[in-house]
Design a protein around this ligand. Structure first.
Ligand code: 4NP
Length: 161
């Protein structure tokens, strides 16, 4: 696959699995050649399924994420993924610390792909309620739509060069 996206949040059980699910749906719909995964900054939820509230949100939108397994970002991810996409600025700060210098440019905020976005960050819904997870879904699905547009343009540009 010429392109690969790694979505990153703190725990890899709420935001990044939802981002992975929403973006995989767009990639599938548009038949784009992109490999998609997600990971967490922290180690707390390694091998665990997503938060039940995230599983419910995805299921309400026709996507089953019960088989997703939490994992922690590692040094080779920076070599293997063309695009590392974080949910908030704290994630970015930690990723920049972990990344080899030459790979820092592959790290971006998810909302930066949304033109005229009103919010830079996708807030952590972990200590919130069902409504916060609904808001997270809305943000990640908007982000997924625009990220897919970005890749479509990139692929088109590279195919005519
Ligand atoms: P996420 O939410 O980063 O969106 O997956 C969190 C999940 C778990 C924790 C923190 C944030 N935690 O501290 O366990």
């Amino acid at each position: 696959m010429p392109y690969s996206v790694l979505f990153v949040c703190l725990g890899n059980i709420c935001r990044s699995p939802l981002a992975e699910a929403a973006f995989k749906q767009e990639v599938h719909k548009r038949n784009l050649p992109i490999h998609v995964e997600s990971a967490g900054i922290g180690p707390w939820h390694i091998n665990q399924p997503p938060d039940p509230r995230a599983i419910r949100q995805a299921s309400q939108h026709g996507i089953d994420i019960r088989h997703y397994k939490g994992r922690q970002i590692n040094a080779t991810d920076f070599l293997n993924f063309s695009h590392i996409i974080a949910m908030d600025k704290k994630n970015i700060a930690q990723l920049v610390k972990l990344a080899p210098k030459m790979h820092r440019s592959s790290i971006k905020l998810f909302m930066d792909y949304v033109p005229d976005h009103k919010q830079d960050e996708i807030p952590d819904p972990y200590y919130g309620d069902e409504k916060d997870f609904q808001k997270t879904w809305e943000q990640v699905s908007l982000g997924a739509f625009h990220l897919a547009n970005y890749f479509e343009e990139l692929i088109l540009k590279n195919s005519v060069l």
